[in-house]
Design a protein around this ligand. Structure first.
Ligand SMILES: C[S@@+](CC[C@H](N)C(=O)[O-])C[C@H]1O[C@@H](n2cnc3c(N)ncnc32)[C@H](O)[C@@H]1O
Length: 231
């Protein structure tokens, strides 16, 4: 299976999950909130434009708009976008939602002051993942800031997956009640820190931190990179 096929299988699975009524989280991640206010609270928020790339059902886009930012949000899944739009409309929030792949965003260069991409890029094959990071760089204004969360190569998903390419693991079994239960069949890219450093080498002020937690009485480790960078 080439990277195009792996990507589209994973993307189609996301579409199915949303169609089947996936219960996505409603509350924003605390690291995303800290990044937002740590970077942008000293400027005029109403003039600060943030892109939420891979927005899912829109929990971060909604929070950012409620706080007064200008918000644009994209996701590969049209169903996710429809559900996020429905939620925003219900809240009376004007957010520019559109369907688009992370690796091919339909916006001009230097469109955004900030780009959030939380829990998305490890679902892409390495070439698409790299292309998405180039898109983040292209779309950021000079001096703009990005925050990317990506599961890493210490995560339990690597052990639960079958190697299917460089740093790629196909999740073979599900396990009732565990967070990767919905990901069986998906091909994930789980990178070491050295690869992340390469992918972000065009950026400045790069900070890569690891965040971990355990599952099932500490039997399983979930591990992710939190990547903070500026253009
Ligand atoms: C774990 S969810 C995270 C959603 C959201 N960022 C959040 O924090 O709630 C992963 C999202 O990545 C999206 N996705 C997967 N492949 C994608 C791609 N190539 N381009 C854009 N989005 C993609 C899925 O549709 C899904 O909404």
């Amino acid at each position: 299976m080439n990277s195009e096929q792996k990507n589209s299988q994973t993307e189609n699975q996301w579409e199915d999950l949303y169609r089947d009524g996936l219960g996505a989280p409603r509350y924003p991640n605390s690291y995303a909130v800290r990044w937002l206010f740590g970077n942008f609270s000293r400027q005029d928020i109403s003039q600060t434009h943030i892109l939420d790339m891979g927005t899912g059902m829109g929990r971060h886009a909604i929070m950012m708009k409620q706080e007064g930012f200008q918000v644009t949000a994209t996701d590969h899944s049209q169903t996710a976008i429809d559900k996020a739009q429905y939620w925003a409309t219900h809240e009376g929030l004007d957010i520019a939602f559109s369907q688009a792949s992370a690796e091919n965003q339909p916006f001009p260069d230097q469109s955004f002051d900030g780009i959030l991409c939380y829990g998305v890029l490890y679902y892409l094959a390495p070439d698409k993942l790299a292309q998405s990071i180039r898109e983040i760089y292209r779309l950021l204004k000079t001096g703009g800031s990005t925050f990317v969360m990506i599961k890493n190569d210490r995560d339990i998903r690597k052990i639960k997956g079958e190697s299917c390419g460089p740093h790629q693991y196909k999740i073979t079994g599900d396990e009732e009640g565990q967070p990767w239960n919905n990901e069986a069949g998906m091909s994930l890219t789980l990178l070491p820190k050295s690869e992340i450093e390469k992918y972000f080498s065009d950026f400045s002020h790069i900070r890569i931190e690891e965040v971990t937690s355990t599952l099932k009485d500490s039997k399983y480790l979930e591990a992710a990179w939190l990547i903070y960078a500026q253009k």
